[in-house]
Design a protein around this ligand. Structure first.
Ligand SMILES: Cc1cc2nc3c(=O)[nH]c(=O)nc-3n(C[C@H](O)[C@H](O)[C@H](O)COP(=O)(O)OP(=O)(O)OC[C@H]3O[C@@H](n4cnc5c(N)ncnc54)[C@H](O)[C@@H]3O)c2cc1C
Length: 376
């Protein structure tokens, strides 16, 4: 008998859908709720590293991810000069195993759809536009009071409700997220033929300018600068601001600028980070994914770490007979140091850029690639 028989998962992002699918596939009754009225998955594209692909394959969606994404195995570094000179093409580590590509780029809404369809197929009951207002737990379960006043009882609540996690507040956790001082422009658009992998340009008017192909016909492009308040800009002005910064970058960026014409495809976000000290549970309520730890996307590992949390928690819940301190200790042992290493390294990279300091970037990237190449 698994440790739980019915579970409520709050948050239909990568952590929440991953947990819901893995538990439902193990014959646990799972309800998945999300406060948004409908699936949104804002933010254009996502770079999925091999260790994220390994978890997506375990969830049974690799074929769809491969078909709808864009796979590649190298990373280019280019100069912010008039030719966009290619400095080096680095073979990327296949951290998910030699039978998976190093990286897949995907439109975020496509990934969200694939995971939600798989969850429904596995028997997860999915409700959007739903949140809870109160969690009352005792030794045997959690009574969850929903916003419409209804109450239901579960063996476990998994809160995968994102970086601002309302559940942290409900649990009395006062821990706050921190801004890193950087902001990122992201735009989604058609893929020019010259874009076949991620290239990064360090320096120029921004810290990083880069892009990632997300399908035969799509890509996302991004520029990381100092965090600024751009909230007063209209979508048209946002596009113009991003294009103005992008004008300093050449090579494939010349083709990308030419096709970035849709103001509604541009968004601007500040980088934020936090690391919740262990344990990530309070009794029968657990926090995972960005609700427990978040990093600036300098290593593109946040989504992978969210999926790994989901996989490890589901595995322990399915394999162990009781939900006790030993289970939570095993979860901490497998997740805390690994996620912290990724968060710390992502912040270190961001800090070197902010300080205009030449850190050992290849060494740090190799250390994290070796770490995440080991299954979680
Ligand atoms: C600019 C940027 C770029 C990034 N790029 C990458 C990348 O390329 N690769 C990568 O691996 N990672 C990347 N990340 C990180 C990655 O996006 C996150 O780590 C990952 O999406 C976290 O997933 P999650 O499921 O924990 O949280 P989220 O995706 O934030 O999902 C949380 C869900 O909870 C829901 N919710 C909120 N409150 C409630 C509530 N009260 N009740 C119910 N539901 C609720 C929300 O609606 C949401 O659907 C990036 C992050 C940023 C900021």
């Amino acid at each position: 008998m698994p440790a739980v028989s019915n579970v409520l998962v709050a948050g239909a992002g990568l952590a929440g859908t991953g947990t819901a699918i893995a538990l439902a596939a193990g014959n646990i009754a799972v309800e998945l709720i999300d406060i948004s009225p409908a699936p949104t998955a804002l933010g254009s594209g996502i770079t999925l590293q091999g260790n994220a692909l390994r978890e997506l394959r375990r969830l049974g969606v690799w074929d769809q991810v491969r078909a709808q994404g864009y796979s590649f195995d190298s990373l280019g570094l280019r100069a912010p000069d008039a030719a966009g000179t290619l400095l080096v093409e680095l073979p990327d580590v296949r951290s998910g195993g030699s039978d998976l590509p190093a990286t897949v780029g995907m439109p975020r809404p496509a990934l969200a759809r694939i995971l939600l369809d798989r969850a429904a197929q596995a028997g997860v009951k999915i409700r959007f536009g739903t949140a809870y207002t109160e969690l009352r737990q005792d030794d045997a379960g959690v009574d969850v009071v929903f916003a419409d006043g209804s109450v239901n009882r579960y063996d476990l609540v998994v809160a995968a409700d994102g970086i601002r996690s309302p559940t942290r507040r409900l649990l009395g956790i006062t821990h706050e997220v921190r801004r890193t001082g950087m902001g990122i422009w992201r735009a989604f658009g058609p893929r020019p033929a010259t874009v076949t992998r991620t290239d990064l340009y360090y320096g120029g008017p921004a810290y990083i300018a880069g892009y990632c192909p997300t399908g035969e016909d799509s890509l996302y492009a991004y520029i990381v600068e100092d965090a600024r308040d751009h909230t007063a800009l209209t979508p048209q002005q946002q596009l113009a601001t991003m294009l103005e910064l992008a004008a300093a970058y050449h090579g494939p960026w010349d083709d990308i600028r030419a096709v970035l014409t849709d103001p509604s495809s541009v968004n601007y976000t500040w980088f934020e980070t936090h690391m919740l000290p262990p344990p990530w549970n309070r009794g029968r309520v657990a926090l995972i994914g960005d609700a427990a730890h978040a990093c600036p996307p300098t290593l593109a590992q946040g989504g992978a770490q969210a999926l790994e949390d989901a996989a490890v928690l589901a595995e322990l819940l399915l394999q162990r007979p009781v939900l006790d301190d030993a289970l939570w200790a095993a979860f901490t042992a497998r997740r805390f140091e690994r996620a912290k290493a990724v968060v710390d390294a992502s912040n270190q990279l961001a800090q070197w850029l902010l300080n205009h300091e030449q850190g050992d970037v290849p060494g740090l990237a190799a250390r994290i690639a070796a770490l995440v190449s080991q299954p979680a």
